[in-house]
Design a protein around this ligand. Structure first.
Ligand code: ZN
Length: 139
């Protein structure tokens, strides 16, 4: 889902889209997944700032017991979008940066990349993890 930064920078409010992600998901998330995304673009001279807030239910395969479980994903992020690599290098130390020479970014790709950093690949509550239940039952 390509978004034109100039066009959205003119809209002074958050936009909402539903994202249906079918490709490039991390191995521990069941495909497809549907996420709700609010986003806003703000122009800042030689870069644009893309704010995103993503939420929804992920079906995750626990990497400890291999049972699927539901995880309520919520992620807020800000991304600096530069025109050139040189500018990205300037902002990279303080912000997450990407380069777009076309003035467009693919929101689906950005949100999919974020899921790779989500890190919730195991039951957080050990009491729900089947491996823990199985090992405590054998004692
Ligand atoms: Zn588990």
């Amino acid at each position: 889902m390509k978004i034109n930064l100039k066009k959205y920078a003119k809209i002074d409010k958050k936009e909402h889209v539903m994202l249906h992600i079918q490709h490039r998901l991390p191995y521990f998330i069941l495909t497809p997944c549907d996420l709700s995304c609010h986003f806003q673009v703000m122009a800042h001279g030689n870069y644009d700032l893309l704010s995103t807030e993503v939420g929804g239910k992920l079906q995750i395969i626990c990497q400890r017991c291999l049972e699927p479980f539901e995880y309520a994903y919520h992620h807020v992020n800000e991304l600096v979008i530069c025109r050139t690599d040189a500018e990205a290098a300037r902002y990279m130390t303080s912000f997450d940066c990407i380069v777009s020479q076309t003035g467009e970014v693919d929101l689906l790709e950005i949100i999919t990349d974020e899921l790779h950093l989500c890190g919730h690949e195991k039951h957080e509550d050990m009491a729900l993890c089947q491996q823990v239940l199985a090992s405590s039952a054998s004692h």
